[in-house]
Design a protein. Structure first.
Length: 330
């Protein structure tokens, strides 16, 4: 409710531009001056919040010049590197703007595309408008990686987005306040917004030539992406019904453990031999115990969700006005 009161107190038509600075950082001063004319035409009242995620010495010269040349720029620093999602949420507490524009600290799209992106948001029928870099000017290897990644995402979530990794997004403040991404979920913000019922659309914008660079990562990075995908599977399919996941795993282990112990019981009952030296007995008992624990975790998860839902805010919905009748005029 505090967030709702803050939104009511926030001035209408004010834009907050959030720039999370991580490992990569281009000339922030040049980026500011390139996008400022596009923003000022649509939002006379706007400010930029630059969040430095931990210690980023490469950004310091740009930040000093930026604060000297622009009076609507705030600089926020996190105590250590927490990731882009935490940086964005930290910036949200330093602006009361009703509309938000997320920008990467480097050129992903041409600056001229920021204006149409904001126009689409101001049309009022969407909650989040995400930039889709099109046409792509990446290497063939990068485009193959991108297509494979998004096919997997569509299979997992059913959301047909083509460039979730692009950090240029315009949105209503409520999107961040409800979704509240954390960890490595920043790149999945559009997908998570769809899951929570927000209206999301991608807009094709020309990719900046400055965004082109070799993007073949270390094996550990790809492993992290696989784990991110596993997280998304759980968030999309089992967030509201954890018992379906833990129950499926638990019942499988219990069933297998019961079959093993039944077999061993009959083996001993009919005098085929002793069970003292049978490792299979340990395995069967272990599966029964682990299966019971998995079922218990699922039940506890269901209880937590039930208790939380009783005190939660009303679900996202809006009332549709009744159709006008012929005699309603006057």
């Amino acid at each position: 409710m505090a967030a709702e009161r803050k939104r009511k107190a926030a001035p209408k038509g004010r834009l907050g531009v959030i720039v999370p600075v991580g490992e990569r950082c281009d000339d922030l001063v040049r980026l500011y001056h390139d996008v400022a004319p596009q923003i000022a035409k649509r939002y006379p009242a706007w400010e930029m919040v630059v969040v430095v995620d931990g210690s980023r010495p490469q950004a310091e010269p740009y930040l000093e010049r930026l604060r000297a040349e622009a009076d609507n720029v705030r600089v926020v620093r996190t105590y250590r590197s927490f990731g882009e999602a935490t940086a964005v949420m930290a910036a949200l507490g330093h602006t009361d703007a009703t509309d938000l524009l997320l920008l990467a600290p480097y050129y992903q799209v041409e600056p001229e595309g920021v204006g149409p992106l904001l126009d689409r948001l101001k049309a009022g029928d969407l909650d989040l408008v995400a930039a889709r870099r099109d046409p792509r000017v990446d290497s063939s290897a990068q485009q193959v990686q991108t297509r494979l990644f998004h096919r997997m995402m569509r299979a997992i979530s059913g959301v047909k987005l083509q460039d979730v990794a692009c950090g240029v997004k315009a949105m209503k403040r409520e999107v961040l306040e409800v979704v509240r991404p954390y960890g490595d979920q920043y790149r999945f913000l559009s997908v998570l917004a769809v899951q929570r019922g927000f209206r999301v659309e991608e807009m094709p914008l020309p990719q900046s030539p400055l965004d082109v660079r070799p993007k073949l990562y270390r094996p550990g990075i790809y492993l992290r992406r696989v784990l991110d995908m596993a997280t998304m599977i759980f968030l999309f399919k089992f967030t509201e019904k954890p018992l379906r996941f833990f129950g499926l795993v638990g019942l499988g282990m219990v069933a297998l453990g019961a079959l093993i112990t039944l077999y061993l019981g009959l083996y001993r009952l009919f005098g085929f031999g002793s069970l003292a030296n049978r490792p299979l007995l340990i395995l069967g008992t272990l599966l029964l115990v682990l299966g019971a624990q998995a079922l218990s975790i699922g039940l506890l998860g269901e209880l937590v969700i039930y208790v939380r839902s009783r005190g939660a805010e009303e679900p996202l919905a809006e009332e549709t006005p009744p159709p006008a009748t012929a005699g309603s005029e006057g």
